[in-house]
Design a protein around this ligand. Structure first.
Ligand SMILES: *Cc1c(COP(=O)(O)O)cnc(C)c1O
Length: 582
């Protein structure tokens, strides 16, 4: 129709050549309420999807000045699609053949299918998820509601900024609040995860050293207690990892730190230190640690994933940090689990701010001197920022401080109630923990054979999600109750743990052989109850232990699986081949 398409083969996006007319075409499309993709002065990009209507296509053609099209119909669009894909790429085999795609055809059936999935799951709407390090706190309905509004959900990441002014207000306000609570000067919301924030922060440090004429500074010190992402990010950023030892009480060993800083004085780039530490303790040596590294010419990366123990009480930017990431999907209420979505803002002091992420397609998304994009969209997972915005706005400064204090109080309550039954591995000054605590089961495991897996799985029978196992110390369990659990739920949890300790004692006393104990048998399923029963404990002990009652009982849908095997082997859970037999 007189407009040249630059490629013969395409999928959902076509680029048209309109010499000297690109701006006019884009402007005409905007008049019709359509955003086309400007490429340069001579090219315009058009992307369609499955909800693009013939009317929209007619408007697009109009913007190009093509008027003699006759009515655009789905038939013409289907025809014009023929041959757009290279022959070899057109799929001829069947797809989406799994029965799940062909079973739920009415809304009623779909609703019940989703309900069935939810029933198999243990989520926060059922009870506490004490996963240490994960901060499984309330994701309030009010916080999440705006995510469903088309004004947020329907905006394309590359929409012209004039069409996203509300987003910009929200992004600017949230950034400035995060800067204020962390004591940093500048915040980038671009990273999609804590680990991406780490990479962004380390790239900023590298760029800073380069700008100072010291590109050889590439050693990243990481304490042995660190989260696994720290070392991975350092390697991704092209750094060499040097591990710093911890003392017996779990703190970073400052003598070892001094020695390592000395040894790598000429090549020291940074330290990555988590505060409070992944051992769940406020390390009193943190400012001294920062001074030692700074004196050695290094920068201090404070992993801020544990901000739920700090917010309103202390600011990493003020106790020695040069740069940090935060996890909005932990402390700031974005729901998480199963791998996303997340936001891991990176926050930096002024000297590193010029090296935060930016974006080639959105100049306002970062500093001109930035290190480039760390994720595809200029503002990362912007559509879930309303959750964190609402959380901060509704809590206010006093509320955030309160939340931190209650979270720390709850962790200390759990630690104090459980300490007589399971040793608490690390405590800080005055025998207190921060927002989480590690219970050491290694002694009990040695004596009785009962493992952390047994305790974690048995907690499911008692109506709880398992805590974090063997992280950051193998053979231990890490609990983080958060401020969201009330005293009754904390007590229900502690009672369950104490009851489990009594069960371990029964194993120790020889009442049950560990292999045939309710601990090793956990979790017990409903199906199991109706089958043969030759276990040395009764069915009631199996499924209604302690204070568990039939009403509201959570039944695990499956018995224990071999986690390590599953992690290493891809196992297809599709229907067996025989079920396809006609
Ligand atoms: C969760 C966590 C991270 C990583 O965050 P992701 O969003 O999972 O990438 C890093 N450090 C610590 C201490 C954490 O708890």
């Amino acid at each position: 129709r007189g407009v040249e398409v630059v490629h013969g083969r395409f999928f959902d996006t076509v680029t048209a050549r309109v010499p000297g007319r690109a701006d006019a075409v884009v402007a005409a499309a905007r008049e019709a309420g359509i955003n086309l993709g400007p490429v340069d002065a001579d090219h315009v990009r058009i992307a369609c999807d499955e909800v693009t209507t013939p009317e929209t296509l007619a408007d697009v053609l109009g913007a190009f000045g093509v008027t003699d099209t006759g009515p655009v119909t789905t038939a013409t669009t289907a025809d014009s699609g023929v041959g757009a894909l290279p022959d070899g790429l057109a799929r001829t085999s069947e797809y989406l053949t799994h029965q799940v795609f062909h079973t739920y055809h009415s809304e009623t059936a779909m609703l019940r299918y989703l309900r069935g999935l939810a029933d198999s799951d243990y989520a926060l709407d059922r009870g506490m998820i004490p996963l240490g390090s994960c901060t499984m706190k309330l994701n309030a309905t009010t916080e999440m509601e705006a995510v469903t509004w088309p004004e947020f959900a329907g905006v394309h990441p590359f929409a012209p900024s004039a069409d996203a002014e509300g987003y910009r207000v929200l992004i600017d306000q949230l950034s400035s609040w995060l800067a204020e609570v962390t004591g940093y000067d500048s915040v980038s919301l671009q990273p999609n995860a804590g680990s991406q924030g780490e990479l962004a922060g380390l790239l900023a440090i590298r760029a800073y050293h380069r700008a100072n004429g010291q590109p050889e500074r590439d050693v990243c010190l990481i304490p042995s207690s660190a989260h696994g992402t720290n070392a991975a990010s350092a390697v991704l950023a092209g750094m060499r990892v040097v591990v710093v030892a911890c003392t017996d009480n779990g703190d970073v060993d400052l003598d070892d730190l001094r020695a390592k800083v000395d040894k790598h004085r000429d090549t020291l780039s940074a330290i990555m230190v988590t505060y409070p530490s992944t051992h769940g303790v406020y390390e009193t040596g943190i400012t001294e640690l920062a001074e030692i590294v700074h004196a050695g010419g290094g920068q201090v990366y404070v992993d801020g994933a544990n901000l739920n123990a700090l917010l309103g009480l202390a600011k990493p930017g003020e106790f020695g940090g040069d740069v940090s990431h935060l996890n909005l999907h932990k402390t700031f209420c974005i729901p998480h689990g199963g791998g996303g979505p997340g936001v891991g803002p990176v926050a930096a002091r002024a000297h590193l701010a010029p090296y935060l992420p930016n974006h080639p397609m959105e100049p306002s998304a970062g500093p001109e001197t930035g290190v480039g994009p760390i994720s595809e969209a200029p503002f990362g997972s912007a559509s879930i920022l309303p959750i964190s915005w609402a959380y901060v706005r509704m809590m206010g400064a006093a509320g955030l401080t309160d939340a931190t204090q209650v979270a720390v109080l709850a962790a200390n309550y759990v630690a104090a109630r459980l300490a007589p039954h399971f040793p608490v591995l690390y405590t800080g000054r005055d025998g207190l923990v921060a927002h989480e605590c590690i219970l050491d089961l290694r002694g009990l495991t040695k004596e009785t054979g009962v493992t952390v897996d047994d305790v974690a799985k048995r907690l499911i029978d008692y109506g709880f999600h398992a805590p974090t196992m063997s992280f950051p110390v193998a053979g231990t369990l890490m609990m983080e109750p958060t401020e969201s659990e009330d005293l009754a739920e904390l007590d229900r949890f502690c009672d369950a743990m104490i009851a489990i300790r009594r069960e371990i004692d029964e194993v120790a006393a020889g009442t049950w052989d560990v292999e045939r104990s309710p601990l090793r048998g956990a979790p017990h399923t409903a199906e199991q109850l109706t089958g043969d029963w030759d276990l040395p404990y009764d069915r009631r002990t199996a499924v209604y232990p302690g204070r568990t009652r039939p009403k509201g009982k959570y039944f695990a849908p499956v018995r224990r699986i071999e986690g390590a095997y599953g992690d290493r082997n891809l196992v297809c859970s599709c229907p067996p081949v025989s079920s396809y037999e006609s």
